[in-house]
Design a protein around this ligand. Structure first.
Ligand code: FES
Length: 136
């Protein structure tokens, strides 16, 4: 008997679609925020880049290599954060990321799902710190 939940199945297909056809994949030439992070367990990596305007995200792109969940999560996140404030992104928690990817990756793969968000958050914090330093 097939026990696959059709909604869960749809979400998994969405993950595979983003993995195979990543949105906003590439580099921003004059990015304000650029941060590469990796999962030390497997070595998978993500570089998140942002172009900012008045404290909000004007453009978001990523590059990386790794498992389907890490790459799809990065792709989905770039679609989600356009127009969002830097503060709002830094404040995003794990449950918000899980709402974006719409699957529960389980305890082992949660790091895969969080890699892109952590990278963009670290990048924004670094960018803001540089701005404060430059303003002095
Ligand atoms: Fe490496 Fe998913 S297995 S980030």
């Amino acid at each position: 008997m097939d026990k696959t939940d059709p909604v869960e199945e749809l979400y998994r297909e969405e993950i595979m679609d983003h993995y195979q056809n990543p949105r906003n994949f590439g580099k921003i030439r004059d990015a304000d925020v650029s941060y590469q992070d990796y999962n030390p367990v497997c070595g998978d990596e993500i570089t998140m880049q942002l172009k900012m305007e008045n404290g909000t995200v004007k453009e978001a792109m990523f590059t990386g290599k790794g498992c389907a969940i890490s790459q799809a999560a990065a792709s989905m996140l770039t679609e989600e954060i356009g127009g969002k404030s830097a503060k709002g992104i830094v404040a995003m928690k794990q449950d918000e990321m899980l709402k974006i990817i719409r699957i529960n990756p389980g305890p082992v793969r949660i790091k895969c799902a969080m890699l892109a968000l952590r990278a963009v958050q670290k990048g924004i914090v670094q960018y803001e710190a540089n701005r404060v330093r430059e303003a002095k």
